[in-house]
Design a protein around this ligand. Structure first.
Ligand SMILES: O=C(O)C(=O)C[C@H](O)[C@@H](O)CO
Length: 260
């Protein structure tokens, strides 16, 4: 019995656009609610949400039980973090702040077992192998790992061709917020210069035959990226949806009380 098939990776390989949402509540109960919505994928954010390995594990468990595919974003692409989260059962990783082909190649090695990579061997006690219930996990795991890299500054854009030329990088995600900040437009990812850079990068990613990804609430940008060929597009964030809904209801409640 081989490692579980990564249906999300398969869909990307077939060019089937996958619609996703950020999950930043850092809570499995909230993640389980989001997993009932019907998104193709949900991003467990270990970079900007207060997650740790235990909370990521708990969210993996509830999302895997749904029709949504869990994607885990680490705070940074460190070998030890990658080893731990893969052993916890994550099959799709999003790694932020990638700025060179060399960094991309090193990340590929970090998600693969020897002799092709440097992922530490601990499957005997790992959830990923169903605690050794998958006897040939070590020989079948690599091809079910989906590695998505974030390009989100000018250095990353300058190295994009090298990153795209790196074998076994499955996709590249463009981060508009950090890219805007690096380009001098902090807080304004809709700045024309940033939008132009995002569209150019997404076009280059598609032309290279890799999966292109983004998170944006901008409906026009979502449509444009899908037209270009982006295949993993996140269109919302649970935290902002919840916070916005609560604030709106509170405002309407006060208005009803005050007869406004
Ligand atoms: O730079 C970006 O944009 C991203 O990487 C997404 C952000 O980290 C996410 O927190 C939304 O702002």
């Amino acid at each position: 019995m081989p490692a579980p098939k990564n249906t999300f990776k398969a869909a990307l390989n077939e060019g089937k656009a996958q619609m996703g949402c950020w999950v930043g509540m850092a809570d499995p109960y909230a993640a389980e609610i989001s997993a009932t919505a019907g998104f193709d994928w949900l991003l467990i954010d270990g970079e900007h949400a207060p997650n740790d390995l235990r909370s990521i594990l708990a969210q993996l468990q509830v999302i895997e039980a749904s029709s949504s595919h869990p994607v885990v974003r680490l705070p940074i692409g460190e070998d030890w973090m990658i080893k731990q989260v893969l052993d916890a059962g994550a099959q799709t990783l999003l790694i932020p702040m990638v700025e060179s082909g060399e960094q991309a190649a090193d990340l590929v090695r970090a998600v693969r077992y020897p002799p092709f990579g440097k992922r530490g061997v601990g499957s005997a006690l790992a959830r990923a192998s169903k605690f050794a219930a998958i006897p040939d996990y070590l020989k079948s795991a690599d091809k079910q790992i989906c590695l998505l890299l974030q390009v989100e500054n000018r250095a990353g854009l300058a190295a994009l061709d090298d990153i795209l030329a790196t074998d076994d990088v499955d996709g590249v995600f463009i981060g508009p917020s950090d890219l805007a900040a690096d380009m001098g437009h902090i807080g304004n990812p809709a700045a024309p210069e940033v939008m132009e850079a995002v569209i150019d990068a997404m076009t280059r990613i598609a032309a290279a035959g890799k999966a292109g990804g983004i998170l944006t609430l901008n409906q026009d940008l979502i449509k444009k990226c899908l037209e270009i060929g982006a295949t993993f597009v996140a269109t919302g964030i649970d935290v902002t949806l919840f916070a916005g809904g609560m604030r709106d209801l509170a405002k309407r409640s006060r208005a009803m009380r005050d007869g406004d």
